[in-house]
Design a protein around this ligand. Structure first.
Ligand code: FMN
Length: 185
């Protein structure tokens, strides 16, 4: 499978890190792109910086020379994690003004899997209307809302409750978090 992981300047860089830790470049083609403000939040929230596994392909925001900028060559899925409300709004309105936004636009027009993991609170009506528009356009919205019924003990385990659902929707097998009412093997 070919995956594009886009990281923006919403809080929750750890979600992106934990997802990238679980996508094995030996098994999948893994591409990464950072929004204009992603690096600032990453430097605040991930003191050691973002770790990319060997084989992960990083793309520039400023060049359309990545395969997914064209509908002729989209990835199997694109995830925007965490997704700022700014990027979410720009995707909802088809701005396509940089390669991240263009790739998201391609995913929607080609009816491919686009997963957005927004993080904001509270939500304004603008946010809700943009979310509605994106759902109508075919995007999958997986808000960064952790769950607690598995009794997570660390910040990483809390983040993994969100990342596990993203992996489920990407179709990537994992044992990151116990499933509800699942018998341990
Ligand atoms: C420390 C920090 C945390 C932020 N957290 C959020 C957030 O959770 N959600 C959000 O929508 N924006 C958040 N922002 C604001 C975005 O970074 C800002 O709107 C930026 O323009 C988003 O740009 P981008 O979509 O190109 O990444 C945060 C900014 C900073 C500095």
């Amino acid at each position: 499978m070919r995956f594009l992981v886009a990281i923006t300047g919403a809080s929750g860089s750890l979600y992106a890190q934990r997802l990238l830790d679980r996508l094995d470049p030996a098994e999948h083609e893994v591409h990464v792109i950072l929004s204009q403000y992603a690096a600032q939040v990453i430097s605040t929230e991930l003191p050691d910086g973002l770790r990319l596994r060997e084989g992960v392909l990083q793309h520039s925001l400023r060049s359309m020379n990545l395969p997914f900028a064209s509908g002729s060559n989209p990835p199997d899925a694109m995830v925007v994690i965490p997704c700022s409300m700014g990027t979410l709004g720009r995707i909802a309105h088809g701005l396509s003004s940089d390669s991240l936004l263009r790739c998201a636009d391609v995913m929607l027009k080609e009816r491919k899997k686009l997963i957005l993991v927004p993080r904001e609170t509270p939500l304004s009506l603008v946010h809700v209307k943009n979310l509605e528009l994106l759902i109508l356009a075919g995007a999958q919205i997986l808000p960064a809302n952790p769950s607690y019924y598995t009794l997570p003990q660390t910040v990483e385990q809390v983040a993994d409750t969100v990342v596990a659902r993203v992996l489920d929707h990407l179709g990537v097998k994992h044992d990151l978090v116990a499933r509800w009412q699942e018998e341990p093997e």
